[in-house]
Design a protein around this ligand. Structure first.
Ligand code: DQA
Length: 143
């Protein structure tokens, strides 16, 4: 497996056409390409995945146990709802970085709470697709 597992939650497969005024015009494929290049420049291999399904994300987090050095996660809507993803991430002792394209704390009240945040070494939000590159830079010295 790769050094860094980058996980993306529901509806992020629709980036590019999904509320571009909030999330920008980059597609998830664009972001994946940028992460791959950024990873190469930082001498880290990455695995970049997206699912609309909570259980699939939980499976991927479990399957990575003992095989990776760090996790970067944009759990999207599950950020604000998923005890299951929180519990799966808690199985790991590798650094976790939480990423959001938008800044959920400046949006609707229901986006203000994050189940990921208590487990994250850093939360990078409101920086669009650049936030993923920043997350890779942030995780590098931690692994
Ligand atoms: C998001 C913010 C979440 O509140 C939202 O549900 C998403 C995307 C972001 O990247 O800004 O789907 O995680």
């Amino acid at each position: 497996m790769a050094d860094i597992l980058i996980l993306n939650g529901p509806n992020l497969n629709m980036l590019g056409m999904r509320e571009p005024e909030i999330y920008g015009s980059d597609t998830l494929a664009d972001i994946k390409e940028r992460c791959t290049k950024k990873g190469q420049s930082l001498a880290m291999t990455i695995e970049f995945k997206q699912s609309n399904h909570e259980g699939e994300l939980v499976d991927w987090i479990q399957n990575a146990l003992g095989k990776i050095k760090g996790i970067i996660i944009n759990a999207a809507g599950y950020t604000h709802t998923s005890v299951a993803i929180h519990d799966a991430l808690k199985l790991h002792d590798v650094p976790i970085i939480e990423v959001h394209l938008s800044d959920p704390s400046e949006r609707e009240e229901f986006r203000h709470f994050s189940y990921i945040e208590p487990l994250a070494k850093a939360v990078i939000k409101g920086k669009g697709a650049n936030g993923y590159s920043e997350a890779l830079e942030t995780i590098k010295p931690l692994i």
